[in-house]
Design a protein around this ligand. Structure first.
Ligand SMILES: N[C@@H](CCC(=O)N[C@@H](CS)C(=O)NCC(=O)O)C(=O)O
Length: 208
């Protein structure tokens, strides 16, 4: 297998953490998004969305990080990252979809305004966009905070893909200045994710 990734991408890191947790062999191929390598024809043939992560497994090409994570789990029967029990399985998927549809998008405003604009010379952060982003962030962070109250992990008794998917966006919390003050359960939970060896070994050099 070969995974196309970008080192600072939370969407990439969570896939790499799954590879490490499941002990799956996979070649890693960095795609430099700053240089625009994702727009080259060879990569567009694999993923017309020009996005990483993208997995190639023989003649099967798969994009969307959460789908890749589930696919990797299907290679290792009885793993605890994606429980076989239908309700637990659906619960993990629920949080992965929620991350893509809601929490990740709320975080994305801060990532764009406070990190990417500077990196790509797109000007100063826009205060109005950040204020709208904060409304959305608090709406969804409160749901996460409430759910984590009294629970160690998002689903069941041990960490799952749900924790890797939702937690991955907290990697950038400080650099992107998410308004996280007062979210004690989210902070406690993310610190627990940071203790997982597969999570630690998936860190890009900058976070290691
Ligand atoms: N929903 C996608 C999002 C992937 C994504 O946003 N990738 C970004 C980097 S984190 C990317 O490749 N952007 C390059 C581009 O849009 O040209 C997933 O979960 O895989």
């Amino acid at each position: 297998m070969k995974l196309y990734y970008f080192p600072l991408s939370p969407n990439s890191r969570r896939v790499i953490a799954v590879l490490h947790q499941l002990n799956l062999a996979c070649e890693l191929q960095a795609v430099d998004l700053i240089k625009g390598e994702q727009l080259q024809a060879e990569f567009l043939n694999l993923n017309p969305n020009h996005m990483i992560p993208t997995l190639v497994d023989g003649d099967f090409v798969l994009w969307e990080s959460n789908a890749i994570m589930q696919y990797l789990c299907s290679k290792v029967p009885d793993n605890s990252l994606l429980p076989a029990d239908p309700k637990l399985h659906a619960d993990v998927s629920r949080w992965q979809f929620w991350q893509t549809a809601h929490f990740g998008r709320a975080c994305g405003v801060f990532i764009f305004e406070n990190i990417l604009k500077g990196a790509l010379n797109l000007g100063e952060p826009d205060a109005q966009e950040l204020a709208k982003g904060a409304d959305s962030f608090h709406r969804f962070a409160k749901i996460l905070e409430d759910h984590l109250t009294g629970r160690k992990w998002l689903v069941g008794e041990t960490f799952t893909l749900a924790d890797f998917s939702v937690g991955s966006f907290l990697d950038l919390a400080q650099m992107a200045h998410y308004p996280l003050d007062g979210y004690v359960e989210i902070s406690r939970w993310y610190k627990a994710i940071e203790q997982i060896p597969a999570w630690q070994s998936s860190a890009p050099a900058k976070f290691a």
